[in-house]
Write a protein that binds this ligand. Structure first.
Ligand SMILES: *Cc1c(COP(=O)(O)O)cnc(C)c1O
Length: 361
């Protein structure tokens, strides 16, 4: 069975919007899209902003395919990974009928996108591993729910706990889910531990989807550029649903630069630097009495369980340091996520922790 058969009925039957770009052809006089004849006065050297952009800019798609080690027909570029998440739900889940499965605590947008699309949510909380700080998807529980869900969202490294999804568990799940459900692995932070990517499994499992982004390690959150990596059948289905012109031309230019050999080298240098900064920060945290536990650390952040999370959050806020409080999430009482910034920023966080009044400890 083709994995595309899991798509919604309307999507399977859909003829995508025939944009002028899609049906354009090769001529040199372009009068088919109601564009202006010239770009003025706001323009960028070498770009033709009076024209609609390509739906899937070739330079960006090819650049990302080469970087990720897949074929260009396995790549879809979108407005951030957030759009990729929503597209997956809009392509595969019937409103009021289908459900997704998530493993909380995890990234919030899977649930938000499902809710706004009228799609149900099955929760299977991450299971704490004995004797370690790490957490894994509850594989047997997920397998039991496979006939109830269309999409399983896993996040590796997981935001906010920093855990990687175990490869053996994932492979066993992909096998059980064959022809039944799509397993999405969100690799938004994978550049911080590239050896843990599961992209190589795309060759074996047409029901695996990997989402990526330029927002984290590539330092380009402002341009809103993300990627879906999947089998050509899944990409073709998503391409039917995505907007006709999702990626503005200036964004495509910046993304292509980021994916050039020099862009990749810069990204990798920054990752080494941030991983060093993270290790140093964790070593200092280990010395502090106000810290109860540090979670896994595979992303560009660490989740820290404090003795008194609320007091720490307030002290940071008073010092002008904005962190992310996760203490209301199940299993994360007193826990705060700290993004790894540059040295001066980490020193500022440590200075507040060292100067806490003793009742807070
Ligand atoms: C930041 C983040 C995203 C969103 O990425 P964008 O490309 O900025 O939309 C997706 N997934 C996870 C786990 C994230 O932390």
């Amino acid at each position: 069975m083709s994995i595309a058969n899991l798509a919604r009925r309307v999507v399977r039957a859909l003829t995508p919007y025939q944009s002028a770009r899609r049906i354009g052809g090769k001529g040199h006089v372009w009068l088919n899209a109601n564009e202006a004849p010239q770009a003025y006065p706001f323009t960028i050297e070498g770009s033709r902003l009076n024209r609609y952009p390509e739906c899937q800019p070739a330079e960006v798609v090819n650049g990302y395919a080469a970087y990720a080690g897949v074929n260009p027909d396995q790549v879809l570029v979108s407005r951030g990974a957030d759009e990729a998440i929503e597209l997956l739900i809009r392509t595969f889940c019937e409103a009021g009928e289908d459900q997704i499965l998530i493993c909380p605590p995890t990234y919030g947008m899977y649930a938000i996108s499902a809710e706004t699309c009228g799609v149900g949510i099955v929760e299977q909380p991450l299971a704490e591993q004995p004797l370690t700080a790490s957490r894994q998807p509850d594989w047997p529980a997920i397998a039991d729910r496979l006939s109830d869900v269309k999409l399983v969202f896993l996040c590796s490294p997981n935001n906010p706990t920093g855990d990687l999804v175990g490869r053996d568990g994932l492979i066993a799940l992909l096998e059980k889910a064959r022809d039944r459900a799509i397993v999405v692995v969100d690799e938004a932070y994978i550049e911080f531990c590239p050896e843990a990517s599961v992209v190589d499994l795309l060759a074996r499992f047409p029901n695996l989807v990997v989402t990526r982004t330029l927002s984290k390690a590539f330092a380009l959150a402002g341009i809103r550029c993300g990627f879906t990596l999947a089998s050509p059948e899944v990409i073709a289905m998503l391409a039917k649903v995505i907007a006709p012109y999702p990626i503005p031309e200036p964004i495509a230019q910046i993304a292509a630069q980021a994916l050039s050999p020099m862009g990749l080298e810069l990204m990798r240098e920054r990752v080494v630097e941030l991983n060093k900064q993270k290790a140093a920060f964790k070593a200092e945290l280990a010395k502090l009495a106000c810290v109860k536990a540090v979670f896994e650390d595979k992303g560009n952040f660490v989740l820290v369980r404090f003795v008194d999370g609320a007091a720490i959050f307030a002290a940071m806020k008073a010092a002008g340091i904005i962190l992310r409080d996760f203490s209301t999430k199940p299993g994360l009482d007193n826990s705060i996520r700290v993004t790894i910034g540059y040295q001066g920023e980490m020193d500022a966080v440590l200075a507040v922790l060292r100067d806490l009044p003793s009742p807070t400890l």
